[in-house]
Design a protein around this ligand. Structure first.
Ligand code: SF4
Length: 927
């Protein structure tokens, strides 16, 4: 042995080396993932177990190449995932059922048995149902907990006819402007498709913090020649990775986008064939009433959903096809024409594009520059770039949380519409996508287990869809199924939480406060609510009323006291006193858990079989295996709800309450409730449920044939093979190919399928009476109202890099990567003007509340801006007063509009959601 080898051997021996080697010993290795709202998640991990404990987890890096020439997904993951094995053994774990011993929130608890807890909870449910029916039991929607909470645990509430509030209404991760434009839940490419972009606009988003696992596709796109431009008020962690930074003033994004549109129009850069075919901008609008010229205007008994255009070839007004196939027509985008109405009178009409031109007159780059703070030349350059490059706007959920976020998004959509930037790889605008794991949702509808019944159900559904499509070829599968899913969901009790906030949580006063509303509103907020109700736009959804309070609240995987805009200030005062029973299912003591009557311990990741919500961002489903036994007496969410269901049957029989009537008129047997829910016990096991759901998905075509739980245990992940039948998935409107990235809306550009909007086109002109009243029939920039009062600072926000919502805020490893405490990022000049030093405590206040928080002084934040990343439990703030208390929870009145083509409530789609961006505050030193 040489001296060098000898020295190396010495270096690898001794007690320190054994300690290191010992870290790498394990008994078993399983597949794992983290079923939380890390969106998009689904990272396949390897989980190492020794002596019955998870000792380590790491990215598996087992993805294969999808599209040759496009980087693969490996080694997808993030620091939170890799640290989760510490959270599993965290000190805030709840490991046995707890019943409140003192007042709510007092912090005194008694350990109880599962049977005691289930008995009291079941009795409270029966009391509530006796008093005012099953809708008095509320299960707020949540994105946390994956399939265990979103589907398996939900089945008990849906079967019972309880209220299940719309998860997108609750978490507010909604893209309202995309919905108004495209009539869809969202538009979502697989993130590897980002690689195909030539220009990426990271706009009102911070993917370096919120999409850690897939951010590499943006940097890899740069290696591929793409230019990255970040549009944000602060020099964010994402801006660091860009080629250009566009420091837009908070809330002025629509002005910037509309100025870019103005440049496109002025400089002849509009992709006119694309605009004619894909959008409504060629449709004719009556100049006398500012409404589309409809078939019912020109023909007795005509439809109000058939529109017109002026064909430049035949020089006449023609009906617009109800698909995107123009059939040889060449619609005009300019000019004025005469149309004869059914009574013989004539009116003037003009293409919507003419109106758009007029709208854009107010947005010269010079004028817009005054609003958005970007130099006119920069605006021109940006517009020219978009026109010449395959462009994708990667926006997030900030715009949707802004008062006029719908207008911001509609303006961004207009930029990509005018430049022909959707329906091809590397192009589009990012929203949300979900669906594909169809078997998961089928289980509650199957009369028995097995795939034969699935095949029969699937065949029957397919035949009826085909028959409906044959009857009206202008319909699409998406339009048909959206209608059916909506009716089904609403019947079962799914509803937007708007009326809950309005009638039960004290927000009626907030919404009617004129100073918090858009100053351009012509009437009071309540006037619009009443009109919407009178016109039946919210029929069947306007519950709970003031007189029908919820009595039992199940908080499963959520944390409303931390998340609700208005926070504890609103919920503890208005809602909590009306609730007879608050039950939290969680693996730890969240803020809401601490104010609950019962805390029921649920198994963490790696302690149960689970999958995260299925999304198009990845196109993969990762499996979370049960690697270790749940700690203490913890159970999976599904098992907890089954325990309650069984007890519900038992107590119902004892009380002689054998059935209950749902709001849809159906009677639900309570004495056999558990048996009916589980198909006589056949679906009572987590693994059986998942295996059945996976096998059914293979039958339904969204997984490769033969996929089941066992095959997933071998591979750890599977790629979806089709969009399936969920409308939220069909909304992506592209074939799923095994060797290609997913780029949405190819069915529109390649097959000329219509959009699910009123006009069957991407719709920029909304002639709904309220939109006309608001002057928002076309995109426009409007300043947000002074929510929080007339204060000099504007708060923006976003996700903390080191935590998934508040979950990691007690994990020392993760918190050690930040200051470990809630922080407000403020501009250095603002700090100096107020005598505030970095690290000092400051008081942030507005008309609603006050909080104390540490200041992080930085030039990366714009003067007048405050950034407070979410990701901390409320109890980490002094007196538990976190920033949610300063948020007003205001909603934009226009979101109540309905009765118009695609503008109507459907589960998981457009609805009123609370605003938390752009809240006004002031700051000063704490002492
Ligand atoms: Fe992936 Fe989410 Fe886990 Fe992070 S927390 S590794 S993003 S699944």
């Amino acid at each position: 042995m040489s001296h060098a080898e000898d020295t190396a051997t010495d270096r690898m021996s001794g007690p320190w080396a054994d300690t290191y080697r010992d870290k790498w010993k394990w008994d078993t290795v399983k597949w794992g993932t983290h079923c939380v709202d890390c969106y998009p998640g689904n990272c396949p991990y390897r989980v190492y177990v020794r002596d019955g404990r998870v000792v380590r987890e790491e990215q598996s890096a087992t993805f294969t190449t999808i599209e040759p020439g496009v980087p693969d997904w490996n080694p997808t993951g993030c620091q939170k995932g890799t640290a989760w094995s510490r959270m599993i053994n965290g000190k805030d774990r709840v490991t046995y059922p707890l019943r409140r011993a003192g007042e709510r929130g007092e912090g005194r608890w008694t350990r109880v048995s599962w049977d005691e807890a289930a008995t009291e909870i079941a009795d409270a449910m029966l009391d509530a149902m006796e008093e005012s029916g099953p809708r008095s039991i509320l299960r707020p929607g949540t994105t946390e907990g994956g399939s265990q909470t979103i589907v398996l645990a939900n089945n008990i509430f849906l079967r019972l006819g309880a209220t299940v509030s719309d998860v997108l209404g609750e978490v507010n991760d909604i893209a309202p402007g995309l919905f108004v434009t495209f009539g869809r839940f969202g538009s979502c490419s697989s993130h590897d498709d980002w690689f195909h972009s030539e220009l990426v606009l990271i706009w009102a988003n911070n993917p370096a913090q919120s999409n850690i696992s897939s951010f590499h596709f943006i940097t890899e796109a740069r290696y591929n020649g793409a230019e990255i431009v970040t549009v944000a008020p602060d020099y964010s962690p994402s801006a660091v990775h860009g080629d250009q930074y566009v420091p837009v003033r908070p809330g002025s994004d629509a002005a910037l986008a509309l100025a870019m549109c103005r440049v496109l129009v002025d400089e002849g850069l509009v992709n006119e064939p694309f605009v004619r075919e894909q959008t409504d901008l060629a449709l004719l609008v009556r100049t006398d009433i500012s409404r589309f010229l409809r078939q019912c205007d020109v023909r007795e008994g005509g439809s109000d959903e058939v529109f017109h255009l002026f064909d430049t070839r035949s020089r006449r007004i023609a009906e617009a096809p109800r698909t995107l196939d123009l059939g040889g027509l060449e619609p005009a985008l300019d000019g004025k024409y005469r149309a004869t109405l059914k009574d013989g009178t004539e009116v003037e009409v003009e293409p919507a594009f003419v109106r758009l031109r007029r709208r854009l007159e107010a947005y010269t780059p010079e004028d817009a520059s005054v609003i958005c703070g970007i130099h006119p030349e920069r605006i021109r350059q940006l517009a020219r770039k978009v026109a010449s490059k395959r462009t994708r706007i990667i926006t997030g959920w900030t715009t949707g949380k802004s008062y006029h976020g719908d207008l911001m998004e509609r303006s961004m959509c207009l930029v990509i519409a005018l430049t022909g930037n959707w329906g091809k790889k590397g192009a589009g605008i990012r929203g949300i996508g979900a669906g594909m794991f169809d078997g998961l949702f089928l289980q509650s509808m199957k009369p028995q287990t097995g795939q034969q019944v699935t095949e029969e159900m699937f065949r029957a559904a397919e035949e009826s869809t085909q028959a409906a499509l044959a009857e009206d070829p202008t319909l699409t599968r998406e339009i048909l199924l959206a209608q059916a899913a909506s009716e089904g969901g609403i019947k079962l009790g799914v509803t937007s939480p708007f009326f809950f906030w309005y009638n039960q949580c004290g927000y009626r006063n907030v919404f009617n406060n004129p100073s918090l509303n858009d100053p351009s509103m012509k009437r009071r907020f309540d006037d619009y609510v009443n009109e919407a109700l009178e016109k039946g736009w919210w029929e069947g959804l306007d519950h709970p009323t003031v007189d029908e309070p919820h009595r039992v609240l199940f908080n499963i995987g959520g944390n409303p006291l931390r998340m609700q805009r208005g926070g504890q200030r609103m919920l503890l005062e208005h809602l909590w006193p009306t609730l007879n029973m608050i039950v939290t299912l969680d693996f730890r003591l969240s803020t809401t858990a601490l104010y609950s009557d019962f805390v029921l311990p649920v198994a963490q990741h790696h302690e149960k079989t689970n999958t995260n919500y299925p999304v198009h961002d990845t196109m993969f489903l990762a499996l979370g295996e049960k690697a270790v036994e749940p700690q203490g007496e913890s159970l999976s969410e599904y098992q907890v709800t089954l325990l309650i269901a069984r007890k519900l049957s038992e107590r119902a029989k004892a009380r002689g309450m054998l059935e209950v009537k749902r709001e849809d008129g159906q009677s639900v047997r309570l004495d056999t409730f558990y048996e009916d829910l589980t198909l006589n016990g056949a679906l009572a096991d987590d693994d059986v449920f998942f295996d059945e759901a996976i096998r059914d998905s293979a039958v339904m075509g969204t997984f490769p044939p033969g996929t089941n739980l066992e095959t997933l245990r071998e591979t750890g992940w599977v790629r979806y093979t089709s969009l399936g039948s969920a409308p939220t998935s069909l909304a992506q409107a592209s074939d799923v190919r095994p060797d290609e990235t997913l780029a949405p809306y190819r069915w529109q550009t390649e097959k000329k399928e219509p959009f699910p909007t009123l006009t069957r086109r991407a719709q920029f002109f909304i002639d709904h009476e309220w939109f006309l009243e608001a002057g928002e029939e076309l995109p426009v920039h409007k300043e947000a109202p002074l929510m929080g009062g007339d204060h000099p600072f504007v708060v923006t926000s976003g996700h903390l890099r080191a935590s998934v919502n508040g979950m990691h805020s007690t994990d020392r490893t993760m918190m050690a990567t930040t200051r470990g405490t809630p922080v407000a990022h403020i501009n250095d000049g603002d700090a100096a003007a107020r005598g505030i030093e970095n690290g000092q405590d400051i008081r942030i206040f507005n008309d609603d509340a006050t909080m104390v928080i540490q200041a992080r002084v930085t030039p990366a934040v714009r003067p007048g801006q405050v950034v407070i990343y979410t990701g901390f439990e409320s109890y980490l703030s002094p007196e538990w007063k976190d920033f949610a208390n300063l948020e007003t929870g205001m909603v934009k009145w226009l979101r109540l509009a309905g009765g118009y083509g695609h503008l109507r409530y459907r589960p998981l789609m457009l609805q009123p959601t609370p605003i938390d961006r752009g809240v006004r505050v002031d700051i000063q030193k704490a002492i």
